[in-house]
Structures are given as C-alpha cells and as structure tokens.
Design a binder for this molecule. Structure first.
Ligand code: SF4
Length: 354
C-alpha cells in the first residue's frame, strides 16, 4: 500500500480532526470532509444490496470463523511471515502486533477510488502495525512504529456502525491481515446491531491462501496491492518478502474466485468485486509491465486496475538511490500504454501529479 504517500497529505488537508487518511491528490475536492459527510447521509443506504457476511452472521458461521482465526494467533500464521509466536500470551511477531488491537483512526475517507467514495465517503478504519513493512512507506509511524490507541473488538464494531451512520458506502479495513480475527469478530458484533455495508479488505496483497479461503463469504470487496513482479525487489524493499509475487498472484486468483469482477451499481458505487492497485515505482522497481501482463493473462480483461502515479520517496527510501525520487511522466505513461496494449479495459488512470 505505497499510496501511503498521499495519506500524509490527507493529514494536512482534513478539516474534521481525524488522525490519518488516504487520498489521491488529483481527485481531492476542496469541499471539507464535514460537508461531504452531511451530503452522504442521504445517499449511503440506497439499494437492495446485502453484504455477504450477513448470511454467515445469521447462521453463526461468522462468529465461528472469527474464533477459528483467533486461535491461529496461538502460534501465529496469519500472514506469510508465519512467526509462530503466541500472540494470545501478549507476544508480538514481525508485525509487532500482539492480540491487543491497535487502531490509528477511523473516518469517512474521500480519497479512495471513486466507486468506493461516492458522496458519502469510504468508511476507513486504519489499523496500526504491518507485516510487510516497506522501506518507502509514508505511513511508517503507524505501520512500522504502531502509532494508534488500544481498542477492544467492541470498540471496532462501534466504529463500523458510526461510519455507517455517517453515510459511508463501505467499511474499509486498511492493513487488515494481522488483525483479521479481530475484524471478523467485530463484524459479527456490528452485524448483530444492524451493520449492512460491504466490507472492503484493503491489503498489501501479500496474504496466506488458507487465511483468504476462510474469508470467503465475509469480504465483499478485495482491494489488494500488486506491488512487485520480482521477488528480489520485494525482498529488498519489503523486509525479505521474496515470496511476494508468488503469494500475491495466488491470492488474487482466490480473491477473484470469491468476489469476481468489480462492477458499479447504477449509482456508480462498487459493492462487490476485486479492485487491484499497482503503484508505479521509479526505475521500474515494481516491474510494472510484468504486473500488468500477469493481470491481463490470468484475470478477466475487465478486471479493475488502478495504476497509481503518486510515488514519493519517504521514510528509508533515501537510503536506496534507485527509489529516492518520484517517478517521471514517461515512466507512468509507459505503464498505462502497456496496460491498454495488453487489452485491460477497466483502468483507473489518475493523470500525473505536478
Ligand atoms: S501476523 Fe504478525 S505475528 Fe502473525 S505471522 Fe504475521 S507477522 Fe507474524
């Protein structure tokens, strides 16, 4: 999720006192978030949509899956690091998260993809810590240092309901992997109190397949990154995560199997499907054309792909000369043209930042 660059910009722009956010500067409107929230109240609950998790909640399966995932933390293998630590005894693995839930912020967010934002915003819950830990993460205070405040599962359920009441179109869990058990249990509690928004699983893409399979019927929208085509690059810039391309590709196929192609409803809002993000990196560190080619080859051509242009060096990126600059217009254009050339038809193209 290297779009973290833009989250920092959100800190400075928001007028509603939230602590962090995700924003695409080229899409940012100058209306305050507070105004947009008020407008969203009238629109956020339209349509007959029922999120996938409600049926599982009614049958008791949602709670059972949450408890099953919770038990995985006993020898934690929730993410591909597979640390094996007992988080239930307060220990923390590579992600630095114990079983104590830590949340940085929750708020309606107007900088996500337009079909997620609509007029009511995307109901973002921003989780602290991260198992991937990229050296260029703009949000390193939260993902690397774990800034945030301890919360209970009930707190998280109440946040979901608050975001729904504010008119958001979805519940958007940012960096969910290491807290997936907490999320499912909170979802079950919130569903009991009337939550009916689609759940967005906003992930770095590096997931364990058997964990993803346990989310079948729970997640409505998968929003994964596909950061690297080359495992050596992933290992260099994401703390040894050499398996990133392989696991991400397997994960994308599973996500697509579960939720299919993302298609907007008549009101322009996407409520189900796979939405992939790829951040173009300087000097083709991400292997952008290979990423795009893989998507065009293995997934339907109408798969939603957001080609992101906003890379900015930050955190430890300056220790790596090849990623210590923004991308050029030419680098971005090359990827977009290639995506068109291989036949992808559902591209989210942002233009180019100044
Ligand atoms: S979620 Fe954290 S503790 Fe669990 S395997 Fe991943 S990095 Fe290790």
């Amino acid at each position: 999720m290297s779009y973290w660059q833009t989250r920092r910009e959100f800190l400075g722009r928001t007028a509603c006192g939230v602590t962090a956010g995700l924003v695409w500067p080229l899409r940012m409107t100058h209306a305050s978030g507070c105004t947009a929230r008020a407008e969203g109240k009238a629109e956020g609950k339209a349509g007959p949509f029922e999120p996938a998790y409600l049926a599982l909640h009614r049958s008791g399966e949602l709670k059972r899956r949450g408890e099953e995932l919770w038990d995985v933390m006993r020898r934690c293998r929730l993410c591909p690091r597979e640390c094996g630590v007992n988080r239930l005894e307060g220990k923390a693995g590579f992600c630095r998260a114990s079983s104590q839930l830590v949340i940085s912020s929750h708020h309606p967010h107007f900088g996500e993809e337009r079909p997620l934002v609509g007029r009511g915003g995307s109901g973002t819950i921003f989780l602290s810590h991260c198992g991937l830990r990229c050296v260029f993460c703009i949000n390193w205070e939260i993902s690397h240092l774990g800034q945030g405040r301890p919360c209970s599962i009930e707190d998280m359920a109440n946040m979901m309901l608050r975001l729904q009441n504010m008119g958001c179109h979805n519940i958007n869990m940012v960096t969910p992997t290491h807290y997936v058990a907490h999320i499912v249990l909170a979802l079950d509690q919130a569903a009991a109190k009337g939550l009916h928004l689609p759940l967005v699983y906003n992930t770095c893409g590096w997931e364990r397949l058997d964990i993803l399979k346990r989310l079948d019927g729970i997640v409505d929208i998968y929003l994964p990154d596909f950061k690297y085509a080359d495992g050596r690059m992933a290992a260099t810039y994401s703390a040894g995560a050499e398996s990133y391309p392989d696991l991400t590709q397997k994960g994308l196929l599973e996500m697509h199997r579960q939720v299919g192609v993302a298609k907007p409803d008549p009101d322009g809002i996407i409520r189900r499907g796979l939405m992939i993000r790829h951040l173009v990196m300087p000097n083709d560190v991400g292997g952008s054309c290979a990423v795009v080619r893989w998507i065009a080859t293995h997934l339907p051509r109408e798969t939603y792909l957001n080609i992101m242009s906003q890379y900015r060096p930050c955190y430890k990126a300056f220790e790596y000369p090849e990623i210590s600059r923004p991308i050029t217009q030419e680098e971005y254009r090359t990827v977009v043209e290639y995506a068109h050339a291989v036949g992808l038809t559902n591209l989210d193209i942002q233009g180019f930042p100044d």
